[in-house]
Design a protein around this ligand. Structure first.
Ligand code: ZN
Length: 348
């Protein structure tokens, strides 16, 4: 049965109809289609570009059942494409073959050099092994790899020459590099090395923002997880680490606003559980100073385009979310899709 949807398409703001034939959107009318959305707003499927499905406890291995549950949680919230910048093992191939699950762009396990990250949770490598490991993971996954670029504010980040060699080697095989950074030196090295995305970007020197925009380095601030961390930190006794965290968190709003205004691609990633909360992250992006339209795009069409997927056009994969109200007028609307269609099948 061919399905039909009609509504105002975002971000174009044009009223259109699509006929859904299998996993393809078509603009050519088909008679006797089953109308599953008539009016309202139509968006390309939501996207979470920073999520770690498959394990919730640090140190536990990737679990197939947990992985499936997390991906279903995303899907039911309208999140139909995710990027996994680090996981407790490689995302297994069966995920791509299960039509009920969102599309996944994986990066393999976190690549952690000594003293950076939780030992044993990602793939522990020496600095000398990092370049080869990054190429290996980008090749084995959907083209991404994830490097823990810094960790403790008292310890140095991954040296610039090593991170630069990682980016060059991964780009040479057609891959992309996501870098965890939460210190000023770590952010500087990630930008200077030419990373494709800064994950978190706390304590980012704003003097680097124009370079990010020019070279196409995206910022994924994962505000949700920092807001939750700040709530906890504020109840603790002052300590150098607590104060470092809170001062970084307080600066993130200005960083998001400055990056967005300078033309950096700022995207929505939750980095937290439960899965399926990217709508909340979009609200944080708006509260931090992005326009509502840009904040919604960061969790939908902008992120899809950044991951190489089209918006709602003839011939595109049939992944869409539909709303009764305009989410760019009120970003909180994004959490309540009226319809979710994944690969041409009605999910919600
Ligand atoms: Zn993360």
């Amino acid at each position: 049965m061919v399905l039909q949807v009609r509504g105002i398409v975002l971000p174009e703001r044009e009223e259109r109809s699509f006929w859904i034939d299998g996993d393809r959107l078509r603009e050519e009318p088909v008679a006797h289609a089953d109308v599953v959305m008539d009016g309202g707003w139509l968006l390309p499927g939501l996207v979470d570009v920073h999520t770690h499905p498959g394990t919730e406890e640090i140190g536990t291995p990737l679990d197939d059942e947990v992985l499936r549950k997390h991906l279903i949680d995303h899907r039911d919230a309208g999140v139909l494409l995710v990027r996994t910048p680090g996981s407790a093992g490689r995302i297994p191939k069966w995920v791509d073959k299960d039509p009920q699950l969102p599309r996944v762009r994986s990066a393999g396990p976190w690549l952690a050099t000594p003293g950076r990250f939780f030992p044993g949770h990602g793939r522990d490598v020496t600095e000398a092994e990092l370049v080869a490991a990054a190429v290996e993971e980008a090749t084995a996954s959907s083209g991404w790899c994830k490097v823990i670029g810094d960790w403790d504010p008292n310890n140095p980040p991954v040296p610039l020459e090593i991170l630069t060699a990682v980016v060059q080697a991964v780009h040479a095989v057609g891959g992309k590099v996501a870098v965890h950074c939460q210190t000023a030196d770590g952010c500087r090295n990630a930008v200077t090395a030419g990373a494709d995305s800064l994950e978190h970007g706390m304590h980012l020197d704003h003097g680097l923002i124009d370079r990010m925009a020019a070279q196409g380095t995206a910022l994924v601030p994962t505000i949700s997880v920092f807001e939750a961390g700040a709530q906890r930190a504020q109840t603790r006794e002052p300590s150098p680490r607590r104060d470092w965290f809170l001062s970084g968190w307080r600066g993130m709003s200005a960083t998001v606003r400055a990056a967005h205004e300078a033309g950096v691609t700022v995207l929505a990633g939750t980095d937290s559980f439960p899965c399926g909360t990217v709508a909340e992250e979009a609200q944080w992006l708006a509260r931090y100073g992005m326009s509502p339209e840009a904040a919604v795009g960061a969790a939908s069409w902008t992120a899809r385009s950044w991951l190489g997927m089209p918006g709602l056009v003839d011939g595109a994969p049939a992944d869409l979310v539909a709303y009764d109200a305009d989410p760019t007028a009120d970003v909180s609307v994004l959490a309540h899709p009226k319809r979710v269609i994944l690969r041409g099948e009605v999910v919600v």
